[in-house]
Design a protein around this ligand. Structure first.
Ligand code: NAP
Length: 305
């Protein structure tokens, strides 16, 4: 593998990854129309609280080297459009690693590019960007990576080796789809409620709206997961959700943060995905649909306001 690793999406997670890889390894792919070149410079606040200056080159495509991998760190709704715009300038054999939360965007990419090595990652690392040139490593965790198609599975070992050269904990997953579902459960049970109630994760258990609907969210999730061959029990899913909510009690979920900042949310790839997939299978999912519609209605109101 060559030493150049490309990152598409120079936001919170992309900048965190670029800073975590060995110096000189990561390069940001600019939007084709942006004409960005030179270095992207920012400050990383490490988990221990120190500040490090980071400098990452902007690398317009095609790159003058064979990229070892492309990490896609856009939001879920931008992953397929962003990749489609650069695909012709990316070598066919470059492994594409998708970091999006939720479900649906990864499958859309895999079906658009069936011959390319497509992998998905699910991470409990957390990064945010309080200012354009500051990234904060807000939570430490583990990153699981697995192939979504046959060529992606073949590329797993070199990709895990590449990403393990960071100081982060990287694990190879034989069944990444199950990992994506586990993360989807947590996001579906925490994100829309914290966004609608405008509260940190730890306050959910005191909120009537959460207590009224969380069992139904879990039943709808379990019904769909069992249908998709992922064994799930609604009561256990609720325990998982509440355990994470308490372990991250003071955190603001990404969806609450998006709503607070007036940005589009990833609801269509979380509860919206559950509602859509269930409807396609004639399975009822009224509560996931209701949460999706309510999150849309507060973000639409904000955009109009
Ligand atoms: N942050 C975390 O801790 C974390 C943890 C786990 C999973 N995730 C998942 O990782 C994904 C990224 O999250 P994030 O928090 O890093 O989001 P983010 O801060 O919004 O970063 C996304 C970046 O993608 C860029 N982008 C969008 N379209 C592009 C294109 N066509 N070409 C190049 N760049 C493009 C955006 O540019 P602009 O700023 O110009 O729009 C933005 O900088 C999400 O799916 C999220 O759920 C994040």
């Amino acid at each position: 593998m060559s030493k150049g690793c490309l990152i598409l999406g120079a936001g919170s997670l992309g900048r965190f990854w670029a800073a975590s890889l060995a110096p000189g390894v990561a390069n940001f792919v600019p939007r084709p129309e942006s004409m960005l070149s030179g270095q992207c410079e920012y400050l990383l606040q490490t988990f221990q609280g120190s500040s490090v200056t980071v400098s990452v080159p902007w690398q317009p495509l095609p790159a003058p080297y064979t990229p070892s991998a492309l990490l896609v760190t856009t939001k879920a709704m931008h992953a397929l459009p962003a990749l489609t715009r650069i695909a012709a300038s990316l070598p066919d054999a470059t492994p594409i690693v998708l970091f999006q939360n939720g479900m649906g965007s990864q499958q859309a990419v895999a079906s658009m590019f069936p011959e390319r090595p497509i992998l998905a990652a699910t991470t409990t690392e957390a990064a945010n960007r309080p200012q354009p040139d500051v990234v904060v490593h807000a939570g430490r965790g583990v990153t699981w990576i697995g192939g979504l198609n046959a060529t992606g599975k073949q590329a797993l070992t070199p990709v895990v080796e590449l990403l393990s050269r960071s100081h982060l904990q990287i694990r190879a997953a034989t069944d990444i789809t199950s990992g994506l579902w586990q993360k989807l459960v947590i996001n579906a049970g925490i994100n829309p409620f914290t966004a609608l109630l405008d509260c940190p994760n730890g306050q959910l258990r005191d909120q009537t709206f959460f207590l009224r609907h969380i069992d139904a969210v879990c039943e709808e999730l379990a019904q769909l997961m069992n249908h998709e061959g992922i064994p799930a029990d609604a009561k256990n899913l609720r325990v998982d959700i509440e355990t994470v909510a308490q372990a991250t009690a003071s955190n603001t979920s990404s969806m609450r943060a998006d709503v607070q900042m007036g940005r589009p949310t990833e609801i269509d790839f979380i509860n919206g995905y559950v509602a859509r997939q269930s409807a396609a299978l004639n399975l009822p999912a009224p509560v996931n649909r209701m949460l999706t519609e309510r999150v849309h209605s507060i973000t639409n109101t904000q955009q109009r306001g």
